[in-house]
Design a protein around this ligand. Structure first.
Ligand code: BTN
Length: 258
């Protein structure tokens, strides 16, 4: 895996690993041993890949599994914005490599390809010796999409001859993230990131359901607010949601969550 030229110019480094438990876990261990980044950790496969909300991230060889260690911000409160920064970078990289407009973002941190899940972002923040340090974990189904998931999933290999390898995608993604981090400016530039994120948002302006820990809300997806919360217009008023799962498509008694 090689970094793009902008990432290299920004002093970013990359650590390549074979199969490990999880690149986010490796990032945490490195932070505990004093590393602060900017550093990419890339693994060929994961034995214990983790997704959002404590879920498993099935991680066979051939897909992209990577985590970025980053401390270029001063206040931990802005760290959640990095999920949007990374999402915008992922869309830029996918569109640059593939030249198709089939990619969307699903709040908060999912990558969609023709409406099905292509990848996801797991953002974690560690307060290491009072310096907040983020771990931006990104998984993309390049070679294959795991089967038997409770939601539709796809892989870039379905594009046939024009499908990129994980190496090519990583090269573009490392540069795209260096660029969107420049735009974000440690939090000062979140308005520009938000605008670009909304331009690629799935189901914006549509009726959606959002599963929270204790209930599922229904309403119109109005926007994301200045801190990245999903704004839902429900029959009983406007709600700003910090964490949850957006459920697309018709209501089902069981099954598909994209
Ligand atoms: C999600 O959509 O639930 C987020 C998935 C994030 C998966 C990536 S793969 C690289 C990094 N290491 C992990 O264990 N998880 C993230």
């Amino acid at each position: 895996m090689q970094l793009g030229s902008l990432a290299r110019a920004r002093g970013v480094r990359v650590l390549h690993l074979g199969e490990i438990d999880s690149t986010n876990e490796e990032a945490r261990r490195l932070i505990e041993s004093g590393k602060r980044g900017p550093l990419w950790i890339v693994a060929s496969a994961q034995k214990n890949g983790r997704g959002r909300l404590g879920r498993e991230w099935i991680s066979p060889a051939g897909n992209l599994y990577t985590s970025f260690v980053y401390s270029g911000f001063s206040e931990a409160r802005v760290a959640p914005e990095l999920g949007f920064v990374a999402g915008v970078a992922a869309i830029r990289a996918l569109r640059a490599v593939i030249g198709r407009d089939a990619f969307k973002l699903k709040w908060p941190n999912d990558l969609l390809f023709d409406g099905a899940k292509l990848g996801g972002i797991l953002l974690e923040c560690v307060n290491a010796s009072t310096l907040p340090t983020a771990i931006i974990g990104v998984g993309v189904n390049v070679a294959r999409a795991p089967e038997g998931l409770p939601y539709p999933a796809r892989a870039l290999s379905e594009l046939g001859a024009i499908a990129p390898t994980a190496e090519v995608l990583f090269l573009h993604f490392s540069d795209a993230l260096a660029d969107t981090l420049d735009l974000w400016k440690g939090g000062e530039g979140f308005a520009a990131i938000r605008t670009e994120w909304l331009a690629s948002a799935s189901a914006l302006g549509e009726d959606i359901r959002v599963a929270l820990s204790s209930e599922t809300l229904e309403g119109r997806f109005e926007t994301i607010d200045a801190t990245g919360r999903l704004v839902l217009e429900t029959a009983s008023g406007r709600r700003a949601i910090e964490a949850g799962d957006v459920l697309l498509g018709p209501r089902k008694t069981e099954g598909a969550r994209a």
